[in-house]
Each structure stands twice: as C-alpha cells, then as structure tokens.
Design a protein around this ligand. Structure first.
Ligand code: EPU
Length: 337
C-alpha cells in the first residue's frame, strides 16, 4: 500500500547529512507502486525528486515537493554461459552490497567500483567510475518508467550516451524517466584491471590476485582517502575532473611541472581537480562546519551542522579560485537542490 508522508526530515536520506525537510515523501518498492504514485502526482503541479542513496545531492533548502524513494529490490540471473553472466538488478539494491555479492560469486567487472555509496538505480545516471573502471563497461541495458506516459522503456548500453560522469539520464532525459532496473554483463573468467595509480603495487601484499583481494585493496585505498559518510557527511567527489585542450595544458605544465595529467579517449587531457584544489590552498580548510577533506581535496565535507548553503558557498569560492589561478572551470558533479 502506497503511503505518502508529510514534512519528513531528509537528514538520514542524504550522505551530506543536511537537515532539511521534504513537503511530501513516498517510498515505492515495485513498478506498480511507482505507477500508482505517479497517477496521484500527475494531478499536482509540484516538483518531484527521485532519491535513492542520496549520495550525489546537496540540499540547500527545504524541498517543496515529493521525494520519491525507489526501493525496488532483487538480483536475478537472466542469462549465463561458461564465460559470462547477465544479472538484472532492482534500482533499490545498495550498490556496494551488489558488488560484494558479485565478488563472492566470482563474477568480475565491478570489483574496482567497491565501496561507492549509492544504489544500483543511480549508477548509470552519472556513470560511476573509479580505479580505471566505469560502470558503462558492464551495463547491458537500463529499464525505466517514463513519468509523462507511464510507459516502460529499455535503453541498450549504446542508447545511454555514456561519457565521463554523464549519461542521457543526466542530460537530455534529465527528470523524465525513473530507472527501475539495470542489467549487467559480468565475467566468470575476469580480466583484472590493475593499471590505475598504485593499485598493482598495493596488491603485491597478497599472494594471490583475485576478485576478493582486489575488492579488499580498493576498500582499503578508499578508506584511507575518502571520509565515511556515516561519520563525516560528504558525497564523494564534489567536482568533476576538468578535461581541457592540450594547448591549455602545455602552458600550465611550464608553470607547474608536477601537475598530474591523464590522457582521455579523445585528444583532450584530464587534470585531477583534487590536485588543482590542493595547489590553490584549499585542502583541509574549514569554514564553520563546511570543509574541504584533508586527505582528498575533491571531497567537500559536513563536519556536523553545516547547512547546504554553506557547502554550496564554499564550492563557489573554490570554483572561482581555480578559475583565477589556473583559468580552468571545474564543474560540480553533485546535484544542487
Ligand atoms: N590529488 C592531489 N590532491 C588531492 C587529491 C588528489 O594532488 O587532494 C592528485 C593525486 O595525487 C593523484 C590525482 O590527483 O595524482 C588523482 O587522485 P585520485 O586517484 O584520488 O583520483 P581523483 O581523480 O581525484 C577520481 C574519481 C573518484 C575515484 C578516484 C579513483 C572523479 C571526479 N573522481 O578521483 O571518484 O574514486 O578517481 O578512481 O573522477 C567519486 O566520484 O565520488 C569519487 C570518489
């Protein structure tokens, strides 16, 4: 039975731990629940915000609309060969529980994406990525419910317009579809991806390289750099790494020879925003309860009682300072509400 609640605090529903309220709040655990809810919602002219893990969002004020939590569960094997397995997963499954489940079954492909906060249903939206893997590499298709028509759709991987931290669901179709299920193709004879940074070196403490030891290493690296949202509110990388033309880099490299750069698929170059922010002196800075994490400058944190506006204002100051110092625009990765 669909239950619509009113004036609910969102503090425990966003990993920044911002204490704002939502006018209405509803949880749906099946496609039918969502359809029933949308039929009610369509008669009203107020905003709708789907929220799953709340791990990529910054609330700057109370939300005068519906927060919709998608809790569709289930992990179902839909296809299997000697080499590969296809699994269809409900949008409301916790991402890292799913990674752990795959690793235990020796299904490879997402072990490098261990410990990323959030739910399965949001992983395609911003094409989550870490340690040399992006989720687009293993997604077969994304099933959605279109809000306006209440029709179900299935987007094949190539329809999703996946890019670095972007997809059709974050661009052209933003706010138009609700993701209900994601299907992944994983490998039963996994090829390990250990090329990122010091990953291979960190693995050398184990006698054996397998999905379990890779997952353990990734978890250790993340825990050593990234704050646990249960303890210090944050939403992972607040900014995207800027991708700039080679010419722009050449000048900067003269001035900052130690600046790390990464090649991309195109002839553009990616610069770690964390390095730029650290170089500009922001790492570890704290203004009231809003701060820049002291081990990874790409992560903004709420030390306790920061309000969304304080974190937003800090992010604006950082953007301006990076523009002034390096003439580079850094874009926010987090959704500001
Ligand atoms: N760096 C600094 N100072 C910092 C942070 C980073 O100098 O404060 C330098 C590092 O020394 C390194 C480089 O920047 O040379 C890259 O750092 P890191 O490996 O930590 O990765 P990142 O580019 O800062 C990205 C993702 C992370 C992901 C890591 C590992 C984005 C926006 N962020 O960060 O994703 O975990 O790579 O793959 O692409 C997230 O999206 O929430 C997230 C944490």
């Amino acid at each position: 039975m669909l239950k619509i609640k009113e004036n609910i605090s969102l503090k425990k529903y966003n990993t920044f731990g911002i204490d704002v309220k939502s006018r209405f709040f509803v949880e749906c655990s099946s496609v039918q629940d969502i359809i029933d809810f949308i039929k009610i919602y369509q008669k009203q002219q107020i905003p709708l915000l789907p929220l799953s893990g709340g791990s990529n969002i910054l609330f700057t004020k109370n939300f005068e609309g519906y927060i919709l939590r998608l809790l569709i569960k289930g992990i179902e094997v839909i296809n299997e060969t000697n080499h590969e397995i296809e699994v269809r997963v409900g949008a409301g499954e916790d991402w890292d529980n799913f990674v752990e489940y795959c690793v235990k079954n020796n299904w490879g492909g997402i072990e490098n994406l261990s410990l990323i906060p959030g739910n399965v249903g949001t992983c395609p939206i911003q094409n989550i990525g870490a340690y040399g893997v992006e989720v687009k590499d293993v997604i077969t298709n994304v099933e959605t419910l279109e809000i306006a028509s209440l029709k179900t759709h299935c987007f094949e991987n190539s329809d999703c317009n996946f890019e670095y931290r972007n997809s059709i669901f974050k661009s052209d179709l933003k706010g138009k579809h609700l993701i209900t299920h994601v299907t992944f193709k994983l490998s039963k004879q996994p090829q390990f991806k250990l090329n990122y940074g010091s990953l291979a070196k960190e693995m050398s403490r184990f006698d054996k390289i397998d999905l379990t030891t890779i997952r353990k290493t990734i978890i250790d690296i993340r825990n050593s750099k990234l704050p646990d949202p249960e303890k210090i509110g944050n939403s992972g990388s607040f900014f995207k790494n800027p991708i700039v033309k080679y010419d722009a880099i050449a000048k900067l490299k003269e001035k900052y020879p130690d600046m790390p750069t990464y090649k991309t698929d195109s002839d553009m170059i990616k610069i770690p925003a964390g390095w730029l922010i650290e170089k500009a002196g922001w790492k570890g800075k704290r203004i009231n309860d809003a701060g820049v994490h002291n081990k990874q400058a790409l992560v903004l944190v709420n030390y306790g009682n920061a309000c969304g506006k304080e974190i937003f204002s800090l992010s604006k100051d950082i953007q301006k300072s990076i523009k002034d110092m390096f003439d580079i625009n850094i874009e926010m990765e987090v959704n500001i509400i």
